[in-house]
Design a protein around this ligand. Structure first.
Ligand code: AMP
Ligand code: TRP
Length: 330
């Protein structure tokens, strides 16, 4: 069995960035890579690297699972599960910590950034989290891991850890490859377009949540920060705002950046933003309609139960082989 695997942290409701950089991409890949089985999970244990309200964490975990389904994943080729329900992730995570060097983890940008921002101190789980992420992937010998731009560094670490283990013991792990989208792997904040759109943004105006009301979504697009030039063309250095909006446009419609430039030649930002607001609203509205069906459906739990059983079967077998190889246990 060959796997494509990915996860999303339930630290909040996924954003338009998550959708375009991850969720929507999984759906496309499922159509293109029929010979692979898709393992998709909600990374709830990754969420607690920063403090979480228990009630909200539970709700978000369920919402993320429902949003995966609402994005249109094909159920016939999907194992959907909650990370914490497959205990082997944590066990292999610890083994990965025994392989990862402090220096390697200190270099991870997400850790460095969060350490700078976090007032009350950085947890050791935040520091070791890339080792757990490596475990998530290596546990299933995933061949491909579709992720946004920000996760490439973690994938590189995963590859290094897999290779290190393979050299030290035996050829045991598949060394995974990242898969990123060409357009949309880094959607920026609408109010400060030099920062990544993030669930935990301080200013909610810059971030579109997949469960924002449709009027709110349109309003946020129309109020996005742009520049004074009033010409629609792509230049991420000089025109980060417009370039970000063009990226969003392109990743939903499939139109190339050149085609969009041509389409809005001689028109101002108003026309462009109005059209984009409609395009984004229509796309998200479809997702929301399906989301509200899934979130109230008992089938969601059935899918997650089946996912847990199937993922556990692979995980258990891999971990037993690994312990035996390492000389752990009797
Ligand atoms: P996270 O919300 O950090 O769990 O991210 C889940 C997935 O969404 C990962 O593959 C990220 O790389 C991707 N992602 C998160 N934020 C963005 C963004 N602003 N643009 C594109 N992809 C993103
Ligand atoms: N760390 C990822 C993020 O913050 C989520 C994640 C956890 C993940 N484990 C993974 C993604 C394994 C891909 C594969 O976005």
């Amino acid at each position: 069995m060959k796997f494509v695997l990915s996860g999303v942290k339930p630290t909040g409701i996924p954003t338009l960035g998550n959708y375009l950089g991850a969720l929507k991409n999984f759906v496309r890949l499922q159509n293109e890579m029929k010979e692979f089985e898709f393992l998709i999970f909600v990374a709830d244990l990754h969420a607690i690297t920063t403090p979480q309200d228990p009630q909200e964490l539970k709700e978000h975990t369920r919402s993320v699972a429902a949003l995966y389904l609402a994005s249109g994943l094909d159920l016939d080729n999907l194992t959907l599960f909650i990370q914490s329900e497959v205990h082997e992730h944590v066990e292999l995570g610890y083994v990965m910590q025994s392989l990862a060097y402090m220096g390697e983890l200190e270099r991870m940008t997400q850790y460095k950034d969060k350490m700078q921002k976090q007032v009350q101190g950085v947890t050791s789980a935040l520091f070791t989290y890339p080792a757990l992420m490596a475990a998530d992937i290596l546990l299933y010998d995933a061949s491909y891991v579709p992720v946004g731009d920000d996760q490439i560094q973690h994938l590189e670490l995963t590859r290094n850890l897999a290779t290190r283990f393979n050299n030290r013991y035996h050829d045991f792990f598949t060394v995974p490859e990242p898969l990123t989208v060409k357009v949309g792997s880094r959607i920026m904040d609408l109010q400060s377009p030099t920062n990544k759109m993030d669930k935990s943004a301080e200013n909610p105006k810059g971030c579109i949540s997949l469960l924002d009301s449709i009027p709110t979504i349109k309003k946020k697009i129309k109020a996005a920060v742009t520049d004074n030039e009033a010409k629609v063309y792509f230049d991420s250095e000089k025109k980060p705002g417009i370039s970000n909006l063009m990226t969003i446009y392109s990743s939903i419609t499939g139109d190339s950046l050149q085609a969009i430039t041509a389409l809005y030649e001689g028109k101002g930002y108003g026309d462009f933003k109005n059209d984009l607001a409609e395009i984004v609203a229509k796309e998200i509205e479809q997702v929301q309609t399906k989301y509200f069906e899934w979130i109230h459906s008992p089938m969601l739990d059935e899918i997650l139960d089946e996912g847990k059983a199937r993922a556990s079967m692979f995980a258990r077998s891999k971990l037993q082989k690994l312990y035996s190889l390492m000389g752990i246990g009797r």
